[in-house]
Write a protein of this length. Structure first.
Length: 108
C-alpha cells in the first residue's frame, strides 16, 4: 500500500454536493476504497484554493478508482506526492478544514 499527499483544486460549485455524498454514506459505501476516501475527504485541509489530504491507495496510477467515482467530479488539477503513512497529515495539520466554508465561497 502507498500513501499520498493529494493536492486538488476543488470545484467550488460541487463542494456542497460532495459534502452531502459524504454525510449520506454514499462515498463510504464505495468498494473497495470508500472507507479510506471518506475518512480522508472528511479530514481534508485547504490552503490558497487547494484541497489537501493524505490518501492510502493500491492503484497504478494512484487514485484511479477514486478519480473515476468521486474526485474528477468534484476537483481538478489533482496531483499526488508519495509520503510515509501519516506524514501528509502532519504536514497539513495546521491548515483549516476544507469544510469550514462550503457555501460556494473559495476555500482558504
Amino acid at each position: 500500500m502507498s500513501h499520498w499527499l493529494v493536492r486538488a483544486k476543488p470545484r467550488i460549485e460541487t463542494l456542497p454536493r460532495l459534502r452531502l455524498r459524504l454525510d449520506s454514506g454514499r462515498v463510504r459505501d464505495l468498494r473497495p476504497f470508500g472507507k479510506a476516501l471518506d475518512e480522508s475527504l472528511r479530514r481534508a485541509r485547504a490552503a490558497a484554493g487547494v484541497a489537501l489530504w493524505e490518501e492510502e491507495d493500491y492503484c497504478d496510477p494512484p487514485l484511479a478508482e477514486e478519480r473515476a467515482a468521486v474526485l474528477d467530479e468534484h476537483s481538478e488539477d489533482i496531483a499526488v506526492e508519495a509520503v510515509q503513512p501519516g506524514e501528509a497529515w502532519r504536514r497539513i495539520e495546521s491548515l483549516p478544514s476544507l469544510w469550514d466554508r462550503t457555501n460556494g465561497t473559495e476555500p482558504r
